[in-house]
Design a protein around this ligand. Structure first.
Ligand code: IOT
Ligand code: MG
Ligand code: MG
Length: 419
């Protein structure tokens, strides 16, 4: 066996399309056999996959933008896949799906290979904590690679600190990096963890203006239209762009808050489980795990909390294990308690968009352009959409697109509409 592609092919020979039900990984794959083309995403769709099928041919790419100006056929409809805004004939393969396209007839069959659990399990505290420790440890170990210490992007919150602790234990050495801006950072909290683990730690301070200047790049990379998601991804994408030195394998704590409803700061269990159910229903197509956010700067990112086993475990736990004894993400905090300082284990949640000042900096340039407070959310949506249209649909290089120009245009449009 020489590599992942070989392994997948051999599984495919043995199991057919069901091969993709077996694999727990981070991939987008295509297999062609005679007149049929199979296009598969991993359970989370963590590597986005786009297609433009025509009669007798299929164009496929992990980035929609590369299919935008292809002179071929208009594309046949794919009823089981999501259309991409303003890109006629381009569809995104859903997460956890194999699309089988018959080239002769142009018909497409979709086979789901994964779906998030809808049921919840009532288990002992000890069992929930112990199995989480095991699956997360396996997920982190399998992501370490062989060339030197792993790099963890560390905020000092429980999610990334947990990954850092497990990576350090497994690899014996660890590099960590934290980013902040001139307005805000989580440096002291990250330092507590770095010192506790003895990691080789760096702090990178960016200017919020540099962060905002990269908005076109983040949207170009993630090809996402959700303004909240873009605010989470912008500081991370900027961090990856600021790392100097050789290509790295980067582990993140991204995604832990989805199955644990960490973004949800309320105490009621029904609301908590509604948030989990909603987020697991709606993540597909947001592209928040896209590797392009880091590969555009030469680095590979991987997200242990969205490992298939970890995710299945976390989603399916009953809400009372996620919020317990007045703490959010209780099961994770309990699982990491022995590996981290007490203050880290009990630290309240802070989102990367808050801790880096991204949300407030983005709001500020809008209000400075005369956008009234109450219109800021819709203005952000429009800015993101316009940047998507320019960088993804029209193919403009993000270096040549100015956030400030687009903010100005959106502010003017809003002004016209008001008068
Ligand atoms: P947050 O959970 O704060 O951060 C996500 C990851 O980014 C962290 O685990 C850490 O690895 C990295 N990170 C965050 N801040 C820093 C920093 N200052 N320096 C270095 N690395 C950092 C939003 C959020 O709260 O981020 N992401 C959520 C929610 C996703 C919502 N998506 C959805 N509903 N489909 C998350 O679960 O990660
Ligand atoms: Mg988190
Ligand atoms: Mg955080």
């Amino acid at each position: 066996m020489t590599g992942d592609a070989d392994l997948l092919l051999q599984l495919f020979h043995r199991y057919g399309i069901h091969a993709f039900r077996l694999v727990n990984g981070r991939y987008a794959a295509t297999v062609a056999t005679g007149q049929c083309v199979y296009l598969a995403t991993d359970h989370a769709g963590s590597v986005p996959l786009y297609i433009r099928p025509g009669r007798g041919e299929v164009f496929a790419s992990t980035e929609a933008k590369t299919l935008a100006r292809h002179g071929g056929p208009m594309g046949l409809p794919v009823p089981s896949a999501r259309r991409v805004r303003r890109l006629a004939g381009v569809y995104q393969v859903p997460a956890g799906t194999v699309l089988a396209i018959d080239l002769k007839t142009g018909t497409t069959d979709a086979h789901r290979t994964w779906a998030p659990a809808l049921s919840r399990r009532i288990v002992d505290e000890d069992e929930a904590v112990q199995s989480l420790r095991e699956v997360l440890d396996t997920a982190v170990r399998s992501r370490l690679g062989q060339d030197g210490p792993p790099l963890v992007v560390l905020s000092g919150g429980i999610d990334s600190s947990g990954v850092a602790a497990l990576a350090h234990r497994a690899a014996g050495a660890l590099d960590t990096v934290s980013m902040g801006t001139e307005t805000s950072d989580e440096f002291p909290q990250a330092r507590v963890v770095a010192e506790h683990l003895g990691s080789h730690h760096r702090e990178l301070t960016l200017q919020t203006s540099d962060l905002l200047a990269r908005l076109p790049h983040t949207i170009w990379a993630a090809e996402s239209l959700d303004p909240d998601i873009i605010e989470y991804l912008l500081p991370l994408n900027s961090l990856y762009g600021t790392l100097k030195g050789p290509q790295r394998r980067i582990l993140t704590g991204y995604g832990a808050d989805i199955p644990l409803a960490g973004m949800h700061r309320e105490d009621r269990l029904p609301d908590l489980d509604s948030a989990v159910a909603y987020d697991m229903e709606t993540f597909d197509g947001l592209n928040e795990m896209s590797p392009v956010l880091s590969t555009m700067y030469g680095h590979w990112t991987t997200h242990p909390y969205w490992d298939r086993e970890v995710l299945d475990h976390l989603v399916s736990l009953e809400a009372g294990l996620k919020r317990r004894y007045g703490r959010d993400k209780w099961v994770l905090r309990a699982a990491m308690a022995e590996l981290l300082p007490h203050e880290t284990v009990t630290r309240p949640k802070l989102g990367v968009h808050e801790g880096s000042g991204t949300t407030s900096a983005f709001s500020l340039i809008l209000t400075e352009h005369g956008v009234p407070e109450e219109s800021v959310p819709s203005a952000k949506r429009q800015v993101v959409q316009e940047l998507f249209d320019r960088t993804v649909v029209n193919g403009e290089h993000p270096d040549h697109v100015s956030t400030w120009d687009v903010v100005g245009e959106v502010a003017d449009q809003l002004k016209e509409r008001r008068t």
